[in-house]
Design a protein around this ligand. Structure first.
Ligand code: FES
Ligand SMILES: [Fe+2]
Length: 338
């Protein structure tokens, strides 16, 4: 983003794919955090994300590398590397050992997402992503939708910075009024908020509110800046939308939207009717935000109005921890604002 003041990528967990899209034996080249990487799944199912380059003569393992058992075989001279990056074997010199190793990145698989830990200061993970309960509960929710948005000129701060932005709903998302803050709670790397809305405001019935206006909520949760979920709650109609922004380089991120809706009485295994429409609607709404963020310039000291500074300033203070190696221990809970 133009005028962006930070020079490091923010600390945290980031999505690098979906579990079901990386089957045993699959190998993919990847680029995140300005580094060339290779991601693969071994035959027993372990995910490995390594620096891309073979330590022998520098071939990129993501282009032509193949999984052999629990190892990846280099396409150039067949050296075998373990999932942890250790050299397993030099096939044409089986007795020889070389003190070389490929760096491995820390990954997790949670709720069908593949995550990587990033910390510019080299620290091991000091928190975990707990996941979204609805993503795991397919009895009451439809299977998650994978919306591959692709690489856009967006930094991870932007999606999460939507959280305190109660007025943009009117201009970007067509809301009839600004969001009403109901909860703002920070707990170290975790930010939890609730914002109230009248859905279908002033209208007898809409596809989203067939029985007339409903006072609903958007509950947002952010874990660092890489993963943020919005839970749209309209009576018993509940949509979860996780936005994942993973830096590719200083200006671009790969974006994933993961969406589910709770199962509706109409029964089928896949979303239909209002549920199907809501999923498409949310895909469209977030793209309206993307169009703003892609072209936005960073304003460090905005001329705030209408009370927006209260939570915006809190957000900006909270977000700073991810660009720093200083421990952040503040915990703040603010009751409903005016
Ligand atoms: S470059 Fe990988 S085995 Fe030679
Ligand atoms: Fe938005």
């Amino acid at each position: 983003m133009k005028d962006w003041p930070y020079t490091v990528f923010p600390t945290g967990w980031y999505q690098v794919g979906y579990s079901s899209e990386l089957q045993p034996g699959d190998v993919r080249p990847a680029m995140y955090f300005d580094q060339h990487l290779v991601m693969f799944r071994t035959e027993t199912g372990e995910v490995s994300l390594l620096d891309a380059y073979c330590q022998h003569l520098g071939a990129h393992l993501g282009y032509g590398g193949t999984v052999k058992g629990e190892c990846i075989e280099c396409p150039f001279h067949g050296w075998l590397w373990q999932a942890d990056g250790e050299l397993a074997e030099i096939p044409y010199a089986p007795g020889e050992r070389r003190r070389v190793k490929i760096a491995r990145w820390v990954t997790r698989e949670v709720n069908g997402l593949i995550l990587v830990w990033y910390d510019a200061f080299g620290r091991e993970p000091f928190w975990e992503w707990p996941g979204i309960p609805e993503f795991a509960d397919v009895e009451h929710n439809y299977p998650i939708v994978h919306d591959h948005v692709g690489i856009r000129k967006i930094i991870p701060q932007s999606p999460v910075e939507n959280t305190p932005d109660y007025y943009h709903f009117m201009w970007v998302h067509g809301a009839g009024q600004p969001g009403k803050p109901l909860l703002w709670k920070e707990d170290q790397h975790y930010l939890h908020t609730r914002v109230g809305f009248w859905y279908g405001h002033g209208k007898k019935a809409t596809w989203m509110t067939p029985n007339g206006p409903v006072f609903g909520e958007i509950e947002t949760e952010a874990w660092g800046l890489g993963l943020s979920n919005a839970r749209f709650v309209l009576d018993g109609f509940i949509t979860n939308q996780l936005t994942a922004a993973t830096p590719v380089d200083a200006e671009h991120s790969q974006l994933f939207e993961t969406i589910t809706v709770n199962r509706q009485p109409d029964g089928g295994p896949e979303p239909t009717g209002r549920a199907a429409r809501m999923i498409e609607f949310q895909k469209g709404q977030i793209r309206r935000d993307f169009a703003i963020w892609e072209n936005q310039r960073y304003v460090e000291h905005p001329p705030f109005a209408g009370g927006e500074e209260e939570h915006y300033a809190r957000f900006r203070r909270w977000s700073r921890q991810f660009y720093s190696d200083k421990p952040y221990t503040a915990s703040t809970e603010v009751a409903a604002a005016s």
